[in-house]
Design a protein around this ligand. Structure first.
Ligand code: FEO
Length: 171
């Protein structure tokens, strides 16, 4: 069983992670439509990862015998006009998600809900990696992406990304 506030926050995080998946899928579509298939693939995999994150929160709530609430997922409703905008959006979004996860961690810790604290530790670490990836991609785009040959090579490299399942399991 979980504290009511913690259950609400975890349910809200399911929604945030599904929204993240939607947001990255929208970015992926934008790049595919722009014939940058490597960027498109990179963001499609990112969307897949976010789906997995949502499912981890969902399973954790179920396993704690609490009710899962699936709320509406807002449309990303973005209209990108240059290749850099999704990369900036991704950076901004990951910072927002880190703040949300830190907030749940903080609440769980205050309530001495150490089971949830332990579950969230993986996400705290993961957010560090997500922010670093978003920052690296943005910086590399700034360095190479404005030159057509640089953009071509960066796109080719991003196209080699493969999906990896999260390294934690919630049974
Ligand atoms: Fe699930 Fe990119 O945070």
């Amino acid at each position: 069983m979980l504290n009511k506030k913690i259950t609400e926050l975890l349910n809200s995080q399911i929604n945030k992670e599904f929204y993240s998946s939607y947001l990255y899928l929208d970015m992926s579509n934008y790049y595919f439509e722009s014939n940058l298939n490597g960027f498109g693939k990179w963001f499609a995999i990112q969307a897949q990862e976010e789906y997995e994150h949502a499912m981890l929160f969902l399973k954790y709530i179920l396993n704690s015998s609490e009710k899962v609430e699936l709320n509406d997922i807002v449309s990303p409703n973005k209209h990108y006009t240059d290749f850099k905008q999704p990369l900036e959006g991704s950076m901004e979004h990951e910072i927002y998600i880190t703040t949300a996860i830190n907030h749940i961690f903080d609440e769980a810790y205050s309530l001495k809900d150490f089971k949830t604290v332990q579950f969230l530790e993986w996400f705290v670490k993961e957010q560090g990696e997500e922010e670093k990836n978003a920052d690296d991609l943005l910086k590399r785009f700034e360095m190479f992406g404005t030159d057509p040959r640089g953009l071509y090579l960066l796109d080719a490299e991003l196209g080699t990304r493969v999906f990896k399942s999260p390294s934690i399991k919630v049974k």
